[in-house]
Design a protein around this ligand. Structure first.
Ligand code: KG4
Ligand code: ZN
Length: 336
């Protein structure tokens, strides 16, 4: 079964052609990141306009690279939630138009379910159930993937997402948006014990996260140092901060592994590219003798191949939509 995937939830316009949810025939991503960099973050209005301009070309390119024509497709999978509403609407409306003109089924896909599916593309042998740490720019979840379309959230962030926490701290350190990637790179050269930072916990909810206090601690540390004229070693601060965020993620995830007795572990989302997080997850996998699945680096960030992959399983479960499909800025992953 051949699906076209379309993704436009944030600042990447993407299209892909995927066979049977597992084999990527083509994956095209048009990133707007350079444009948003000037503003230090994604400007929703600009994102929507750039998606409108890019979407036709990106879909045409994905089809051309796959060597398939529209008539050979079996369905159109599109990210409909969660994300920036104006950005999502571009992909959703384009997919609706294409479904209407071709008569192909329209398959709505939850963006975070898509991130999880990046593991199906990387590891052909992976099948649910597994426990997944979903860490993106907008979300931080511990998810029990019971089946391809049956998921349960065990823990989530009460404030900032892990990616957001990385980006905001990076910005305070003068690293341009999206700072998470560069902060990770600089941290590799720094001393992770140079600065002492808190490990925030949520009282009464051991699987939930809270990152805003950690981010504020870094901002205060920078302000205090500036006022006192003290020099801050940025790679050292990056390393100390990365260690704090990753330890919070790992601590809760390992608690969830104990609680659920999960046999297979996975991670997904932009932050799953983080070098320290990957190393710590590998350590956890060795210690607990659980098998670990990580998405290949090229599939950690937003892409449409993961949407087409999850779309395949949504289609098999009968989850298609009519022409009244709408985009949702917020929607829980367990609702689909
Ligand atoms: O999943 P994603 O591409 O988009 C959303 O769905 O939000 O995640 C983007 C986030 C950004 O916050 C970015 O800074 C972060 O992932 N990110 C990283 C790394 N690579 C991307 N954060 C830490 N370390 C990285 N290597
Ligand atoms: Zn994403």
């Amino acid at each position: 079964m051949l699906l076209l995937g379309i993704e436009s939830s944030c600042d990447e316009t993407a299209a892909a052609v995927v066979e049977d949810g597992r084999r990527v025939l083509a994956s095209v991503i048009a990133s707007q990141v350079e444009e948003h960099k000037i503003y230090g973050g994604v400007v929703p209005e600009i994102a929507s306009r750039r998606h409108s301009e890019a979407i036709v070309g990106v879909v045409e390119q994905a089809l051309a690279e796959s060597g398939k024509s529209l008539s050979q497709l079996d369905g159109i999978a599109v990210t409909y939630a969660p994300g920036l509403i104006g950005a999502l609407l571009v992909g959703v409306n384009f997919a609706k138009g294409l479904a209407l003109s071709t008569g192909l089924p329209l398959i709505p896909v939850h963006h975070l379910r898509g991130h999880i599916a990046s593991n199906y593309l990387t590891h052909p042998q992976l099948e649910p159930p597994f426990l997944c740490l979903v860490v993106s720019g907008g979300h931080s979840h511990i998810v029990e993937v019971q089946d391809y379309t049956s998921l349960r959230v065990l823990g989530k962030t009460r404030d900032d997402a892990a990616g957001e926490a990385f980006d905001k701290a990076a910005r305070a350190m003068g690293i341009p948006y999206p700072g998470g990637v560069e902060l990770d790179r600089l941290a590799e050269e720094g001393d992770e014990n140079a600065y002492s930072l808190p490990r925030p916990r949520v009282e009464g909810a051991p699987l939930d996260f809270s990152f805003s206090g950690l981010k504020t601690a870094v901002i205060n540390l920078l302000h205090n140092a500036r006022q006192k004229g003290q020099e801050i070693k940025i790679p050292d601060l990056c390393a100390s901060y990365r260690k704090a965020v990753v330890e919070c993620l790992i601590e809760n995830f390992s608690k969830a592994v104990q609680e659920t007795g999960a046999r297979q572990l996975a991670a997904a989302g932009g932050v799953s590219a983080n070098r320290l997080l990957r190393r710590k997850l590998e350590g956890l996998s060795r210690e607990t003798r659980r098998e670990l699945f990580l998405p290949q680096l090229s599939l950690c960030g937003d892409n449409a191949a993961m949407i087409a992959s999850q779309g395949y399983y949504e289609f098999l479960a009968g989850n298609t939509a009519g022409m009244d499909l709408n985009a949702c800025a917020q929607r829980s992953i367990d609702l689909g």
